[in-house]
Design a protein around this ligand. Structure first.
Ligand code: NAD
Length: 253
C-alpha cells in the first residue's frame, strides 16, 4: 500500500515504539498524527516530523473521535498504530498477603485493552467511509500486545490480561472489518529498549537482554517500526499477531 500523502495516526507516538513508528511513517511520506497525553512530548515530536499532535487519552471516546477527525483532515486515513500503553507491575497479593487494590488491575486493562479497542472503533468508523485505494484496500490497523500475552511473569496478571485481550480481539475485528478492506494486525514485542523499559534498574535490563536467545540484546524501537511498515506494505497479512522478540520465552520472574 502506498501511504505517501495518506494520514497515519499513532497513539503513544510521543515516545518509544510509537515515536520510532511515527518517524518511519513520516519518512514514507505519510502525514503523521501523534495522539498522546497532554503531558507528553507529542507537540515537539509532531513539529519535528511535520505532522500534527492531538492531546487525547485513548480511553476517552470523545477525545479519540476528535483526534481521528483531526488526522483524517490531512489526508485519507490509511494507517492506525496503537502504541499507547502502561506496564506497572502489580501482583495479586501484596507483601502481607492481602489482595492489591482492584483499581490497579482495572487501570491497566482500561488503558491497554479498552483504550486500544476505543481507538480501533473510532478510527475504523472513519476509515470505513474513506474512498478505497485502487486495489480495494482502505487501510491497516496495527496494535501492540506483548510477549506477556503468552508468557507473562509474576507481577503481570493485569498487563498480561490486557495484552492477551489485544491479541484475542485481533482476529474477530479483522473478520468484521474485512468487508471494508481494512486489515487488522498486532505485534507482540519482546523486551524493547524504550523509556518504559529504561525505568528498570540497569541490572534488570542487562538480565532481560541476556535472556534473549538471539540476538542477545534488547529490541530496538526501529525494529518494531520496520515491522509496522512491512505490515502496511504486505497486503496479504491480516488477522494475525506476530511476535518480535529474538525468540525469548520469558521466565516466571
Ligand atoms: P513508552 O512509555 O515509551 O510510550 C508509551 C506512550 O503511551 C507514552 O508516550 C505515553 O504518554 C502514552 N500513553 C500512556 N497512556 C496513555 C493514554 N491513556 N492515552 C494516550 N497515550 C498514553 O512505552 P513503549 O515501550 O514505547 O510502549 C509502547 C507499547 O508497547 C505499550 O503498549 C507497551 O505495553 C508495549 N510493549 C512495550 C515493550 C517494551 O519492552 N518496551 C514490550 C512489549 C510491549
Amino acid at each position: 500500500m502506498d501511504i505517501s500523502g495518506a494520514a497515519a495516526l499513532v497513539t503513544g507516538g510521543a515516545s518509544g515504539l510509537g515515536l520510532a513508528t511515527a518517524r518511519r511513517l513520516a519518512e514514507a511520506g505519510a502525514r503523521v498524527a501523534i495522539v498522546d497525553l497532554p503531558s507528553s512530548a507529542g507537540a515537539t515530536v509532531a513539529e519535528e516530523l511535520g505532522g500534527s499532535f492531538a492531546a487525547a487519552d485513548v480511553t476517552d471516546p470523545d477525545q479519540v473521535a476528535a483526534a481521528v477527525a483531526q488526522a483524517a483532515a490531512s489526508g485519507p486515513l490509511r494507517v492506525v498504530v496503537n502504541c499507547a500503553g502502561i506496564a506497572p507491575p502489580a501482583k495479586v497479593l501484596d507483601r502481607e498477603g492481602a489482595p492489591t487494590p482492584l483499581a490497579d488491575f482495572e487501570r491497566i486493562i482500561r488503558i491497554n485493552l479498552v483504550g486500544t479497542y476505543n481507538v480501533i472503533a473510532q478510527a475504523s468508523a472513519v476509515m470505513a467511509r474513506t474512498e478505497p485505494a485502487a486495489d480495494g484496500d482502505r487501510g491497516v490497523i496495527v496494535s501492540t500486545a506483548s510477549v506477556a500475552a503468552f508468557d507473562g511473569q509474576i507481577g503481570q496478571p493485569a498487563y498480561s490480561a490486557s495484552k492477551g485481550g489485544v491479541h484475542a480481539m485481533t482476529l474477530p475485528i479483522a473478520r468484521e472489518l474485512a468487508r471494508y478492506g481494512i486489515r487488522v494486525l498486532t505485534i507482540a514485542p519482546g523486551i524493547m529498549e524504550t523509556p518504559m523499559l529504561k525505568g528498570l534498574p540497569q541490572a534488570a535490563q542487562d538480565s532481560l537482554g541476556e535472556q534473549v536467545p538471539y540476538p542477545q540484546r534488547l529490541g530496538r524501537p526501529d525494529e518494531y517500526a520496520r515491522l509496522v511498515l512491512a505490515m502496511v506494505d504486505n497486503g496479504y497479512l491480516n488477522g494475525e499477531t506476530i511476535r518480535l522478540d529474538g525468540a525469548i520465552r520469558m521466565a516466571p520472574k
